[in-house]
Each structure stands twice: as C-alpha cells, then as structure tokens.
Design a binder for this molecule. Structure first.
Ligand code: ADP
Length: 216
C-alpha cells in the first residue's frame, strides 16, 4: 500500500485517503467503527458488514456464506473486487466523497495480498492496531455477540477459534508490512469510551491536517 502519492491517483484513478483498523475478532472494532461512522467527515467501511449486505442468493453472497460459515477468508481477488464495486457505488451515491471524507477501513485489507491489491487506490495515513492482552476476553465478547446479532460465524466455538488463528497467521503480519511510524497501538482492554478516545487522538490530527477546508 502506498504511503506516498498513489500511482493510480497520478494517473487519474480513485485515491481513497484512509486509516486502517486492525485487530483480532472480538477486540471491539465493530463497536468503535459504529461510533466513528457517526462523525461528520468520516466514512467507515466494514468489510464484514459489506459482505453481510450482499444478497444471500447472489453468486458473491453464496461465496461469502461458504467461507464465513467456516471462519475462512473470502478469496482475495473476490474480496477486493466486491470492495472496489462497493466503494465506487458509495462515491456515486455521494455517501462518500474522497476529497471530503477520511475513510476508515475496517476488516480490509485482511492480509498482505489484499494490501497489495488495494494499494493503488489507497493512501494510508495510519494503521490503528487494537490489542487486547487476554484472548479469552475476546472469545467471551464474541459469544455474547452471537446471541445478539445472529452471526453465522460467531456461534460455533471451533469457528471462533479458527478465525483467531487466521487472524494471527494472515492479518497480524500487516503490522510489520507498513512503515512503523504509521502504526498506532491502541489498548482495547478497557471501556469503549477510552478506546474511542485513543483512536480519536490518532485520527483527529489527520482530519484537521488533510480534510479541513481552509477558512475563508
Ligand atoms: P471479525 O472481525 O469478527 O472477524 P468480520 O465481520 O470482519 O468479523 O468478518 C466476518 C467474515 O467475513 C470473516 O470471517 C471472513 O469470512 C469475511 N471477511 C471479512 N472481511 C474479509 C476480507 N477482507 N477478506 C476476506 N474475507 C473477509
């Protein structure tokens, strides 16, 4: 992923200026994402929500079900294609204005291959790395969520633990993939408001510097 000017941007392609949220399942990304999405000038994209919005009878919807139900990642090219179409639709619908809004990418990229595939479109300002020392706390949160949200991938203990392994193997290496000055460590083992405060302290300066219209 580019940290300088994106090549496609220079060639006139889309350039999404973004902050990424990275963290294991159950760390609280979804809770934070929902709060961040309420802030004017922020556009939050959760890949999990993006997939869950697909028509379950469509080809992509079926592929998602097939992989998510066993805790596997949807294949990279399909994921990135769905994401590209989703982003283009949000720009068309004027829900997201790349020159006005800071994009929060939550759940994508999920591995280094995806990071490379989306790199031409994305300029990464920060990688918000949410950590929670006690993984049993996260498993407990997921079990609670499965009861409330009817998620196919949360109900089975074995699937939840498998997703944890996938995270460790595929997603966590992203932290070493990006320049270390972009990484902001967030202690997620605390109350939601505290986590939000830590995230805001990382992203508000970016919004002010890059997205604030000059005062007339
Ligand atoms: P969690 O953060 O709890 O793991 P998500 O809602 O982000 O859950 O994702 C749910 C499922 O959707 C994943 O287990 C995976 O099957 C699929 N998925 C989400 N994002 C991606 C992605 N970037 N690449 C591949 N599969 C993904």
């Amino acid at each position: 992923m580019t940290t300088d000017k994106s090549p496609l941007h220079e060639a006139g392609g889309p350039c999404y200026r973004a902050v990424m949220l990275v963290g294991p399942p159950g760390v609280g990304k979804g809770t934070q994402g929902k709060m961040l999405a309420q802030i004017p000038g922020i556009f939050h994209v959760s890949s999990g929500d993006m997939f869950r919005e697909l028509d379950i009878n469509s080809k992509c919807g079926q592929i998602f079900q097939e992989y998510a139900s066993i805790g596997k990642l949807v294949p990279d090219h399909i994921t990135v294609k769905i994401w590209q179409d989703y982003m283009a639709a949000k720009v068309r619908e004027q829900a997201y204005a790349p020159e006005r809004d800071l994009l929060i990418l939550d759940g994508i990229p999920r591995n280094i291959a995806q990071a490379s595939l989306i790199a031409p479109y994305v300029k990464v300002f920060k990688v918000i790395y949410m950590v929670c020392a006690d993984r049993e706390v996260m498993f407990k949160r997921i079990r609670g969520r499965s009861l409330k949200e009817n998620r196919i991938d949360d109900s089975e203990e074995v699937v939840v633990r498998y997703r944890w392994d996938v995270y460790k193997r595929e997603t966590e290496p992203l932290i070493d993939h990006y320049p270390q000055d972009l990484i902001r460590l967030i202690d997620a083992d605390t109350i939601a408001a505290d986590v939000l405060q830590q995230i805001l302290s990382a992203i508000v300066p970016i919004q002010k510097k890059h997205f604030m219209a000059p005062l007339m």
